[in-house]
Design a protein around this ligand. Structure first.
Ligand SMILES: Cc1ncc(COP(=O)(O)O)c(C=O)c1O
Length: 387
């Protein structure tokens, strides 16, 4: 028997599940009433897009359980890059043929190159020497130029070198436009535009929104937009250990840094006051989340998505009556060797729990959580107060 949830999350009925029981791992954690509709909801309509960015800019919300939704993106920052570039064109700040430049080694580089491809602009990316081959090749074919900066063990030095390089470029070529994804609030706009549609798609009632925080634009803008639409939103941010953004620079992750989230410098685009809780998650646990997400739902996503899934599962048990929505910003392809290959070794998610932290010195790997009152200064000085 299987409980069917209607498209709008409304009244449930009970039918026979022709595919038999839900998948193994999934069945172990889902509650009795969690099983999702076997109907594929296809309504026969296929739209034709004018450009690939239109096809991939918006998330595919996937219901994993009645109260658990994954916002799955192929390349999350496309909507943000499109919104920013469109606005710069509309205001006459840039014109077709101009060159947009920024520092990125991840999905922003691809998103910006795609937005430039769409609007007839040039794109120059200052990235690290370790930009992976799939991204580097795509950028090259898209016509973007990629400058690979030599790597160092010091992330802060890496960041400041890239900024220095961009400053030099701008001095030589004043017509270049520096996008400043870390600091320019223009990157919120595209996501704000999406939030209304997201609000209409979600079941009514309070929402807990969970996602990795890099620049903070995606989680921040979605929370602002949903709140602006009248939703009660609890925003939970995810960080890697070692990130300065929420004051964890003194605790290192011995394994790999989770790509795209956290920072070694302050980002003006992070609006700390929007978050109610922060989780710090090590590579090992994010990987367990990513493997479980694929196993449970079929969604092949990256490490920040895996970390968000882990937190969603934990949060969900503690927040009855709320819809938990988590972000999956990229696909899992670039993590196959480093993360997914060892999938047999990952611990079951239900065995993993976070340690509560009240101040930076209480942060411990592999998973810590702190209630974030929204005032970064309190957190940073809590150790001094406790001493
Ligand atoms: C894989 C991944 N997850 C999460 C994020 C965080 O997004 P944001 O910069 O909007 O905070 C990023 C940012 O690049 C990312 O690459």
């Amino acid at each position: 028997m299987k409980t069917v949830i209607s498209n709008n999350g409304g009244p449930a009925e009970v039918v026979i599940n022709s595919r038999g029981a839900a998948g193994g791992a999934e069945a172990m954690w889902r509650r009795e009433d969690d099983l999702v509709c076997p109907d594929d909801h296809f309504d026969g309509r296929i739209g034709i897009h004018d450009h690939i960015t239109d096809a991939i800019a918006d998330p595919d919300p996937v219901r994993l359980a009645p109260d658990l939704i994954c916002l799955r993106f192929e390349v999350m920052k496309v909507r943000s890059a499109l919104g920013a570039v469109r606005q710069l064109l509309d205001t006459g700040t840039i014109r077709p043929g101009d060159t947009l430049v920024d520092s990125s080694s991840g999905i922003y580089a691809l998103a910006l190159a795609l937005a430039c491809h769409r609007y007839g602009l040039r794109c120059h990316i200052v990235g690290s020497a370790t930009v992976e081959e799939t991204l580097g090749t795509q950028l090259e074919i898209l016509g973007a130029t990629l400058e690979r900066m030599p790597p160092s063990d010091d992330l802060r030095l890496d960041q400041s070198r890239r900024v220095e390089r961009i400053r030099r470029l701008l001095a030589e070529r004043p017509h270049y436009h520096w996008m400043r994804q870390y600091h320019d609030p223009i990157h919120y706009d595209g996501y704000h535009q999406l939030a209304g549609g997201l609000d209409r798609a979600l079941p009514p009632g309070p929402v807990t929104l969970i996602g990795g925080v890099g620049t903070g634009a995606s989680t921040g803008a979605f929370a602002e937009g949903l709140r602006g639409a009248g939703r009660e939103v609890r925003l939970i941010g995810i960080q890697p250990f070692g990130s300065v953004t929420f004051g964890a620079e003194q605790t290192e992750d011995p394994d790999m840094i989770i790509a795209g989230i956290g920072s070694s410098i302050e980002f003006a685009n992070v609006r700390h006051e929007l978050y109610q809780q922060i989780h710090w998650i090590a590579f090992e646990y994010a990987r367990a989340g990513a493997v479980a997400l694929l196993r449970d739902s079929g969604i092949f996503a990256g490490l920040s998505s895996g970390a968000a899934y882990l937190v969603s599962r934990w949060e969900r048990g503690r927040a009855p009556g709320r819809t938990v929505v988590f972000m999956a910003p990229d696909t899992g392809h670039r993590y196959v060797t480093a993360a997914f290959a060892a999938h047999r070794e990952v611990p079951p998610l239900d065995d993993l729990v976070p340690r509560d932290a009240c101040c930076p010195s209480e942060l411990t790997t592999p998973w810590s959580v702190a209630d974030w009152c929204g005032v970064a200064a309190d957190w940073a000085t809590a150790d001094i107060g406790a001493a």
